[in-house]
Design a protein around this ligand. Sequence first.
Ligand SMILES: [Fe+2]
Ligand SMILES: [Fe+2]
Length: 165
Amino acid sequence: MADKGLEKLFHETLKDIYYAERQILKALPKLARGAQAPQLKAAFEKHKEETQGQIERLQQVFEIIGKPARGKTCDAIEGIISEGEEILDEFKGDPALDAGLVAAAQAVEHYEIARYGTLKTWAEQLGLSEAVKLFDETLSEEKKTDADLTKLGVSAANVTAKKAA
Ligand SMILES: [Fe+2]
Ligand SMILES: [Fe+2]
């Protein structure tokens, strides 16, 4: 672990995603309440449970590097989440609401996939093999969620198209 710069980047990015995950944990129940299709509600609820576990994995990574589990404000996730909240407001009662919520949630998943992919690579380079395993577990949950959302998005957009026809 000689690379001081990379160690610092790793720690800063860990704080970023820790903050982001906790914001996501708060946002998911709002999305679940707002969603119209029961399958979409269920997907948001399931991912809330997973997110809780992901936060615990991040706490384990903080422990591995001997730092306190602390977040750092992440403007990117705040922006992505407020866009989702705007959709909840602006499309309330509209058949297109679910399609909009799926799109918003996929933006969140893609942000997370980017962050965790980077963290995993850096953990490999820093020789943090336990952390690599933890990031891998989270990455598969995020990718699975993204794939499920893609399917739900197709059916949500179909509903909208049918109602419009
Ligand atoms: Fe997550
Ligand atoms: Fe996620």
